[in-house]
Design a binder for this molecule. Structure first.
Ligand SMILES: Nc1nc2c(c(=O)[nH]1)N(C=O)[C@@H](CNc1ccc(C(=O)N[C@@H](CCC(=O)O)C(=O)O)cc1)CN2
Ligand SMILES: Nc1ncnc2c1ncn2[C@@H]1O[C@H](COP(=O)(O)OP(=O)(O)OP(=O)(O)O)[C@@H](O)[C@H]1O
Length: 211
C-alpha cells in the first residue's frame, strides 16, 4: 500500500511538472502587443465581474486581491488601477511558505512594494491585512472545470481552502487562452476556481463551488 501511494504521488508530480513546463513555455511566446491588449481586456472584464459579484452578493466595499505580475504572467496592473480608481479595497498577496496560506495586504497604486522571494513584489509587513472576498489568481494552466496549476507551491490551494472554511470567496483565474488544457490533473487538495478570465472572455467554471 505504502509503495503504491508513493509511486502514485511521484507520477502525479511528474505529470504536473511536465504540464507546468509546457504551458509556461506557451505563455512565454505571447508578444508584447498581445500582452498589451490582453491586459486591457482583463482590466475591463475583471472590473465588470467585480461589480457584478459585489451587486449579486450584496457585498459593500469588497476586498479584492490581485496578483502583482512576475515573469510572463498576464499584466494585472491596469485592472488594479481600474479597481483603485473606483475605491475598491485592493490587496496584494504576501507569501510566507509553500503549502501555507497567503496573507493579503492593502495596496494603492503608487505605494512602495518590497522584494519578496522568487522575484515577487509585495506590500510591506506594516500594511493592514484583510481576507479578500474576491481573489484574482495567476496560473500556469487551467481547464474549464476551473482547476488550475500554479508554480507548484500549493499556495493558492491552501489559501482558498482556509478562507472557504470560514466564508464565501470568489476565485477568478487570470490567463491567456493558450494556457487552457483539456484536463489539469487534480489531487484532493486542489481548490477549483469559480471563473477563468482570458483575453477572449470569461469562463464560468463547471466545478465552481460559489457560483
Ligand atoms: N505574481 C504572482 N504573485 C504570487 C504568486 C504567483 O504565482 N504570481 N503566488 C502563487 O502561489 C504566490 C507566490 N508563490 C510562488 C511560489 C513559487 C514560485 C516559484 O518561482 N517557484 C519556483 C519553483 C520552486 C521549487 O520548485 O522549489 C519556480 O517556479 O521556479 C513563485 C511564487 C503569491 N504571489
Ligand atoms: N495541502 C496539501 N497536502 C498535501 N500535498 C500538497 C498540498 N498542497 C500541495 N501539495 C503537494 O505539493 C505539490 C504542488 O502542489 P500543486 O501542484 O497543487 O501546486 P500549484 O497549484 O501549482 O501551486 P499554487 O497553488 O501555489 O499556485 C503537489 O505535488 C502536491 O501533491
Amino acid at each position: 500500500m505504502a509503495r503504491a501511494s508513493f509511486s502514485y504521488s511521484l507520477r502525479m508530480s511528474d505529470l504536473k511538472a511536465e504540464l507546468r513546463r509546457r504551458f509556461l513555455a506557451r505563455r512565454d511566446l505571447v508578444t508584447p502587443q498581445e500582452a498589451h491588449e490582453a491586459a486591457a481586456a482583463i482590466a475591463a472584464q475583471g472590473f465588470a465581474l467585480v461589480e457584478r459579484i459585489a451587486r449579486d452578493a450584496q457585498i459593500e466595499g469588497p476586498v479584492v486581491s490581485v496578483y502583482w505580475p512576475i515573469r510572463s504572467e498576464l499584466n494585472t496592473r491596469p485592472l488594479i488601477e481600474a479597481l483603485a480608481a473606483k475605491d475598491y479595497r485592493v490587496t496584494l498577496p504576501v507569501m510566507h511558505k509553500v503549502r501555507h496560506p497567503l496573507v493579503f495586504r492593502a495596496f494603492t497604486p503608487g505605494d512602495d512594494l518590497v522584494k519578496g522571494p522568487f522575484g515577487l513584489s509585495e506590500p510591506a509587513e506594516d500594511m493592514p491585512a484583510y481576507d479578500p472576498d474576491i481573489i484574482f489568481s495567476p496560473l500556469a494552466a487551467f481547464d474549464r472545470r476551473g482547476f488550475r496549476l500554479g508554480y507548484g507551491g500549493g499556495i493558492y490551494d491552501a489559501t482558498l481552502a482556509e478562507i472557504r472554511a470560514g466564508k464565501r470567496v470568489v476565485a477568478i483565474g487570470v490567463a491567456y487562452s493558450c494556457q487552457e488544457a483539456d484536463h489539469v490533473p487534480i489531487e484532493p487538495h486542489d481548490q477549483p476556481l469559480d471563473f477563468v478570465m482570458t483575453e477572449r472572455g470569461t469562463i464560468t467554471a463547471s466545478a465552481a463551488t460559489a457560483a
